[in-house]
Design a binder for this molecule. Sequence first.
Ligand SMILES: Cc1cc2nc3c(=O)[nH]c(=O)nc-3n(C[C@H](O)[C@H](O)[C@H](O)COP(=O)(O)OP(=O)(O)OC[C@H]3O[C@@H](n4cnc5c(N)ncnc54)[C@H](O)[C@@H]3O)c2cc1C
Length: 321
Amino acid sequence: MIKIAGAGLAGLTTAYELLQRGAEVTLFDSGSGPGSTSVARYAGGMLAPFCEGESAEEEVITLGSRASEWWAKITAVHRRGTLVVAPPRDRAELTRFARRTRGHQLLTHAEIAELEPALSGRFATGLFFKEEAHLDPRRALRDLAQVITDMGGQIVYGHPAPKRVDLNCTGMAAGLPGLRPVRGEMVILRCPEIDLRRTLRLLHPRIPLYLVPRDDHHVMIGATMIESSSTRAPTLRSVHELLSAAFALHPAFGEASLVELGAGLRPAFADNLPRLIEQDGVLHLNGLYRHGFLLAPEMARRAAAKLMPQPANIFAKERNG
Ligand SMILES: Cc1cc2nc3c(=O)[nH]c(=O)nc-3n(C[C@H](O)[C@H](O)[C@H](O)COP(=O)(O)OP(=O)(O)OC[C@H]3O[C@@H](n4cnc5c(N)ncnc54)[C@H](O)[C@@H]3O)c2cc1C
């Protein structure tokens, strides 16, 4: 029996990989249900390796290249690409973004209108990252927890994990040396006046923002790169910036209802890359930073291979034969 502390993104993805290998798995989570206390509940759910390449190491693109395929086995993945635009005064940002990334094509205003009719006439050019995708993080965590239970895994909610576990996936709570929190803030709006189909990134020299569509005319808006360990609710300044971004994208957002405000602490090491670390006989999977959905599948596969070098049925065959 393999015991895992934390049924957030790292814990659930590794449990799935272990179950695929024939392991018996129990997860312990202090939250009340799937994803209730996971940082991932505040995530955009972008599976966007090429856009992330703007500021991330090449390894993020390599490790994340098959994430949407992995998630598509578990939950609904929307493979509609990412559209990157900039207000006219910040056109230089678009050129800079294009230089620092790959996997995109330059769009004219007519092509933008074809992809996102709601943005018709609002942006002269944009970048389209066709291979990128997004998912709904809360649904993905729920669906993954359900698949794990269906496969015979156990998830015990409402209690801290026991002292001895095989794998620790408790994010910031793990208290690993060098792990730092990177705060991410978000708002969820409901705006029936505007219909967006794919992730949009709005480039801004100071605060780059992204919008990810959800069901029923909901949209999640997030800001990246606010380095702080504060756990307080989003500040008025950041909410103002998030909402101004929506308004800059389309004035119809002025009619939107504010559904939720939130902030989460993303666990990160100095190089912002995830790690598998052995400490006092326990394997840790941590440091997923802002790439949890993107990188967890591959990191989980590696963690499962360490915990269970060979699938259970191979052991059984060898023992019997
Ligand atoms: C605003 C925001 C936007 C983001 N957008 C994206 C995105 O678009 N794409 C992307 O790929 N990633 C995104 N992320 C990042 C992603 O959410 C994180 O990388 C990921 O959730 C980290 O996973 P984790 O398993 O390490 O931590 P978590 O998902 O937080 O899981 C840790 C779990 O451990 C549990 N726990 C803690 N202590 C204990 C204990 N003692 N005993 C038992 N259980 C315990 C907690 O209850 C929790 O469920 C975003 C994050 C934020 C905040």
